[in-house]
Design a protein around this ligand. Sequence first.
Ligand SMILES: Cc1cc2nc3c(=O)[nH]c(=O)nc-3n(C[C@H](O)[C@H](O)[C@H](O)COP(=O)(O)OP(=O)(O)OC[C@H]3O[C@@H](n4cnc5c(N)ncnc54)[C@H](O)[C@@H]3O)c2cc1C
Length: 408
Amino acid sequence: MSQRILILGGGFGGLFTALSLSGRQDVTLVSDEDHFLFKPMLYEYLSGEVEAWHIAPDYKELLDEGTRFIRGKVTGINLDASEVTLENRSEPISYDVLLIALGAATNYAGVEGAEQFTLPFRTLNDANRLRRRMTEALDRVPPASAPQDTRGKLTFAVVGGGASGVELATKMADLLRDAVKRRALHGEPRVLVIEMADRLVPGMGQEIRRYVEDALEATRVEVHTETSVVKVTASGITLDHQNAHTEIETAAVVWVAGVRVNPLIEQLAIEKDRRGLIIVQPTLQVRGHENVFALGDIAFYQDVVPTLSGTAQLAFQQSSLLARNVKAFVEGRELKSKHFVELGEAVSLGTERAAVLSAGKVIGGPLARQARFAMYTSRLPTWHHRLRVGASWFFEGTEPRPLQPLGF
Ligand SMILES: Cc1cc2nc3c(=O)[nH]c(=O)nc-3n(C[C@H](O)[C@H](O)[C@H](O)COP(=O)(O)OP(=O)(O)OC[C@H]3O[C@@H](n4cnc5c(N)ncnc54)[C@H](O)[C@@H]3O)c2cc1C
C-alpha cells in the first residue's frame, strides 16, 4: 500500500521537495498561501523591477497533477496520532510520512510597539503595504515644501543591519529619491538603518562588503550602528545609542531585525536547540520520530557553516536530500546524509546595482545586477517557469516602476 506523504509549508524547503517527489500519487502539500514566494527578490518586487507572477507563481502552475495541494493554515501537529489540523477544515489530515517546512517568523524581540507599529517584510502583501506607505508619504509633501520638511515627511527607518536591512534600505532610498525628482520636490528623503552591532552585514566577506559600503554611501542611507530600538509608535521611533535616547518621527518603520522559529514548532515536544530549532539527524529525520522530517529555517542541521543556516540556499539543497531520503524510507532502503555548501552570495544594492560573489570572485555595479537576475532565473522553480520569466526579463526588461501618486 502506498504511504501518504504530507508536506507542511510550500516555501524553499517544502515546494522544492514536492517538485523532486513529482511523479508519485501519494504526496500532499499544505500551505497557507496559494503561491510560492522567491523571497530573495522581494526587494525587486517592492521596486517594481519584477512582477508578482515572476517571483510568486501559483502552486497549481508548478506542481504536477499527481501532487495534491491544499491551501490552509496549519493550526496543530499531533505526532502521536500522525495527524495535522488546519484552520479551515473540520477533519484532521492523517499521514504516514510528515515533512515539516514551515519556515521562520518575524522576531520583534519584545521591543515596545514593534509588532503593532512596524511593517514586516516577508510576503508580497508586506511589500505592497510598504510601497503604499512610501507613496502616501510622498503624496503628503506639498510641491513647495522646504527641503527640511520634505526630509521630515519622507523619513523611513529600517531596523536590522543584516543583508535584508541593507538590500531594503538601498532599494527604498533609490525609489524615494527617484520619486522626489520626478515630482520636482525640494530636498531629499531620509532612510535610516538601525543596527545593534558595531557594523552592518557582519557575516559578509571583506570584498563584497566594500560594494555594500559604497552603495550605502551612494544611496545616502544613514547608518546607525551600536544603536538599539527602545520603542516604536504610530508616528516614530526611539533609539538608544550609548545610553542617549533620540526620538525620530517616521513615515514608516520596517522590521527586519531577526527571525524566530514558526510558533507551531514551539508547541511540539521534540528535541530543539536553544533557539527553538528542531534538531534533525544527518538524514533530516526528527529524533525519536523516524517518519517525520524537518528542513529549512525551522531545522538545526549540524554539518552546516553558520552563514548558511537560515538561508534559501540551505533549504533548497536540503530539499533534494530530503526527497531522496523520503523515497528511500518508503521503499525500506538506507537513508543518506549530505554536506551542504555555500552557493555564492548576491545582494541587491538599490535599483541600479548589486554585488555578487560567485566561485570566489566578487563583481559589483550594474553588471552584477544583471548577473543577479541571471543567477536567480536559474534558481526559480520548474524549467517552464524559468523559461517564461527569463524571456520576460530579457525581452521586456527589468526597469523599476516609479512611485506614482495614488490614483494616478
Ligand atoms: C525578504 C527576504 C529575503 C531573503 N533573501 C535571501 C537570499 O537572498 N538568499 C538566501 O539564501 N535566503 C534569503 N532569505 C531567507 C530565505 O527566504 C529562507 O531561509 C527560506 O525561505 C527558508 O525556506 P523554508 O522552506 O524553511 O521557509 P519558507 O520559504 O519561509 O517557507 C515556509 C512556508 O510555510 C508556509 N507557512 C508558514 N506557516 C504556515 C502555517 N501555519 N500553515 C500553512 N503554511 C504555513 C509559508 O507560507 C511558506 O510557504 C530571505 C528571506 C526574506 C524574508
